[in-house]
Design a protein around this ligand. Structure first.
Ligand code: UP5
Ligand code: MG
Length: 195
């Protein structure tokens, strides 16, 4: 039988840039499955009997990036669970060199990364959105102290990954500081053209 190689779009951008919000809208309109690395890590943190719960908890509060072995195994488990699914939005990954090397080690030849959807947004807007969400999200990292660290990690570790993809013409940049619908209109234009 013939199984298609999964097609992947990486979705990147600062904390609160709107990655999750836009991925939900994409899923409504297109045949993509949304995998949020952060959501998978938070679920693993809360799973009874997880050997990584405490580690994940510490990393998330500190805005640090969890060792890739953990994240990639969660992503892979989810991607292979339903063999009929072959279009994936991978949200919030790869965030650093360790993530990128881990992906290449494990997934090279097994999935095609089409491009990176990059939600570009100022740090101020990112922080404001997360603080606003923090009033009700219950997320342990939606506070000013964790946010400072998340932004630093984003600038120091994730931006260089986006720049690497940029050099290969693989980044589609969207101004994410506008309204949800304005941002989504640009997302649609990109997906209609090349997804
Ligand atoms: N909102 C969204 N769009 C808006 C718009 N256009 N206008 C006005 N408001 C808008 O949105 C954030 C908030 O803004 C929401 O209240 C929304 O309504 C509003 P959301 O769509 O949730 O933004 P998103 O970019 O998904 O923000 P998130 O906080 O999820 O981003 P992070 O990248 O910080 O979080 P993530 O869950 O990916 O990672 C969390 C932590 O997990 C990391 O810091 C790290 O410690 C760990 N992690 C890893 O270690 N490895 C990984 O691979 C992934 C995560
Ligand atoms: Mg998110």
């Amino acid at each position: 039988s013939h199984i298609m190689k999964p097609k992947v779009i990486f979705v990147l951008g600062g904390p609160g840039a709107g990655k999750g919000t836009q991925c939900s809208k994409i899923v409504e309109a297109y045949n993509y499955t949304h995998l949020s690395a952060g959501d998978l890590l938070r679920a693993e943190r809360g799973r009874e009997g997880s050997e990584f719960g405490q580690l994940i908890d510490n990393y998330i509060k500190e805005g640090k990036i969890v060792p890739v072995e953990i994240t990639i195994s969660l992503l892979r488990q989810t991607m292979t669970k339903d063999q009929t699914k072959s279009y994936f939005l991978i949200d919030g990954f790869p965030r650093n060199e360790d993530n990128l090397q881990g992906w290449n080690r494990v997934m090279d030849g097994k999935a095609d990364v089409k491009f990176v959807l990059f939600f570009d947004c100022s740090n101020e807007v990112c922080i404001d959105r997360c603080l606003e969400r923090g009033k009700s999200s219950g997320r342990t990292d939606d506070n000013r102290e964790s946010l400072e660290k998340r932004i630093q990690t984003y600038l120091n570790s994730t931006r260089p990954i986006i720049e690497q993809y940029q050099k290969h013409g693989k980044v589609r940049t969207i101004d994410a500081s506008r309204s949800v619908d304005e941002v989504f209109a640009d997302v649609k234009a990109i997906l209609d053209k090349e997804a």
